[in-house]
Design a protein around this ligand. Structure first.
Ligand code: N01
Length: 554
């Protein structure tokens, strides 16, 4: 750790008012807002370009499951008017193109240092300065630090015996190579059948000599029914974009959608079936918004789950395979609902085999393939669609040290604690965008990002006006908030599934439901009230010397 003397000797170019970690959608917007406040800002980014999770997830078939007209920034009318999406649901390359367009339009790159992985962030209590160090041995200093590290950015590799001995290629969907990968004519094994697996499988099946899908747990998926952008639909949106964005923010998921207000059990079976058919035909994850109690009542949920299982059985011609693909171990939407293009139909192809890892547990990987049960599968390529160390994973990869040498890892060893998902006590001046305890992944994440960043920018303006040198979440406020987050989840079926929301997909990670289920409007109202009430639950301190003065001295 660098001494405090070294700190004042550091060059001006390494000192900033604010350092932002990550140049995904959160980091880019945070940089934009920091500039608006007149702050000197630096973004440190591991990748060679902007886009965050959309930079890394380049696997065939990667596509957003929130409609393009909504999965975009709302902060700039000109931007949302000029950008044209080509499809109902944007593909990864198009979202990455959009991220680059935003970076160009607002000239963001000049304050982003690419290929710079932050390895540690240390708070120097005496100077009230954050020191961020990168893998290449560089050190940067700032008064404020914003972790815009993303919720689904730390790819999780499975701990399969022998994986390291495999002689073929291994790709992770969440860390896909930047160069084109030719998988035609290969014998490919996909491990994992979550959203990524469900998207990649139909594409790989078209290329592979043979595709083996190694499934541990089947997932519910709704046909996306992606299509080319309808120009009349786009025009409708653009005529009233601002009003529609406001309306979306009044929806629990921050997505303007058709949300049913009835109980699934209060309508006749015929009406219910008609409603499910209507939504199935329309496509997309809005299927599970059909009734108000699908996430609260197991019987209500069962009606939707059974409808989807029946659809799977209708599509998949081999009844035994259909049964294996029909989820029975968790309520629908208690794990993130998937949206697909021809996923279930893919299992009717001659070159695709579903391997049930429950009946035939994965034994080991060897040089040329994998053994599951007593069967050996010869493979050229592995595609690991095994998900992420979600929500906290990217933060735990950084050695974050707060006041009194407290590390974030120690503090969060029994599960993450934050106040509003935005700050955690013991770590002054460290903000988190879409942190644990915020709605984040349960919503249109761009809405969650914009709202969090706007709040942080408002908070910084408040601190600057009062010449407050530090802000820190109070432990009592944090405890109260986490109790509220936990209670909110307990009232839902979310806790009935072994999902990444709970962190149980990562060995040793404490099982704590991390996102806030209260929805965008309720969360936003609380955040605004806290700010209006002089940042209730946060400690702010005014002090004589500051990072600003340090910069002048250097
Ligand atoms: O990851 P996941 P994902 N042996 O964790 C299996 C977003 N996203 O990358 O369920 C065998 O959902 C694991 O099996 P099980 C979206 O929010 C969005 O697919 O633990 N299998 C599971 O099947 C999504 O929810 C989009 O039994 C192993 C799979 O790997 C989130 O990202 C697209 C295993 C992991 O599924 C994560 O999705 C893609 C092992 N050792 C992603 N380890 C869209 O916008 C893990 N698995 C459309």
């Amino acid at each position: 750790m660098q001494s405090t003397n070294d700190l004042s000797a550091a060059s001006v170019t390494r000192k900033f008012d604010i350092i932002i970690v990550g140049a995904g959608f959160a980091g880019m917007y945070m940089l934009y807002k920091a500039r608006e406040l007149g702050l000197s800002a630096l973004v440190l980014e591991t990748a060679g370009g902007v886009g965050g999770t959309w930079f890394w997830n380049r696997y065939p078939g990667a596509r957003c499951d929130v409609e393009s007209m909504q999965y975009s920034y709302s902060f700039c009318e000109e931007l949302q008017q000029e950008w044209q999406w080509s499809e109902r649901y944007a593909s990864q390359p198009e979202i990455l193109k959009y991220a680059n367009h935003v970076a160009d339009k607002f000239d963001l790159r000049r304050d982003i240092r690419f290929n710079s992985r932050v390895s540690s962030a240390i708070f120097h209590e005496g100077e009230r300065v954050w020191q961020l160090s990168t893998d290449d041995g560089e050190h940067y200093y700032a008064k404020w630090c914003v972790m815009a590290t993303g919720c689904l950015s730390a790819a999780q590799r499975p701990n399969i015996p022998g994986l390291g001995t495999f002689k073929g290629e291994i790709y992770h969907t969440g860390n896909w190579p930047q160069q084109p990968v030719d998988l035609s004519g290969r014998k490919i094994g996909v491990i994992g059948t979550g959203s990524s697996g469900i998207q990649v499988v139909p594409e790989l099946a078209k290329l592979a000599k043979h595709l083996y899908v190694f499934q541990r747990t089947p997932n519910f998926s709704i046909p996306a029914r992606n299509q080319l952008m309808d120009s009349a639909y786009e025009a409708e949106w653009k005529q009233s974009y601002a009003e529609r964005r406001t309306a979306a923010r009044n929806m629990p998921a921050g997505i303007l959608s058709d949300i049913g207000t009835n109980s699934a059990l209060a309508v006749s079976p015929e009406d219910r079936l008609a409603e499910y058919e209507r939504r199935w035909a329309a496509g997309g994850t809005g299927f599970t918004a059909a009734y108000s109690d699908l996430l609260k009542n197991e019987d209500a949920n069962g009606t939707a789950a059974e409808f989807v299982r029946k659809k799977i059985r209708e599509v998949v011609t081999d009844p035994a395979v259909a049964n294996l693909l029909a989820p029975v171990d968790h309520p629908i939407r208690s794990k993130r609902i998937c949206a697909d293009t021809d996923y279930f139909a893919t299992f009717n192809r001659q070159n695709v085999t579903l391997v049930d890892l429950r009946a035939n547990p994965l034994q080991e990987v060897s040089e040329h393939g994998l053994t599951a049960g007593s069967q050996f599968y010869e493979l050229d390529t592995f595609v690991l669609a095994t998900g992420f160390d979600a929500i906290t994973g990217a933060l735990s990869k950084i050695d974050i040290v707060g006041r009194q040498a407290l590390t974030l890892k120690e503090k969060w060893q029994d599960g993450p604690n934050t106040y509003l998902g935005l700050m955690t006590s013991g770590f002054p001046n460290l903000f988190i965008v879409t942190g644990p305890g915020s709605p984040s992944v349960l919503t249109n994440v761009i809405v969650a990002i914009e709202d969090n960043v706007n709040w942080i920018a408002g908070c910084l303006a408040y601190l600057i006006t009062r010449d407050a040198q530090t802000i820190e979440a109070m432990a009592s406020a944090e405890q109260g908030w986490m109790e509220h987050v936990g209670q909110a989840a307990e009232g839902t079926l979310y806790t009935k599934a072994k999902s990444w929301y709970l962190g149980v997909n990562v060995p040793g990670k404490p099982a704590v439901f991390m996102p806030y289920v209260g929805g965008v409007p309720a969360y936003q109202k609380i955040c605004e009230e806290v700010a209006a009430d002089s940042y209730r639950g946060f400690d702010t301190h005014a002090n004589r010397d500051s990072v600003h003065s340090l910069q002048v001295v250097a």
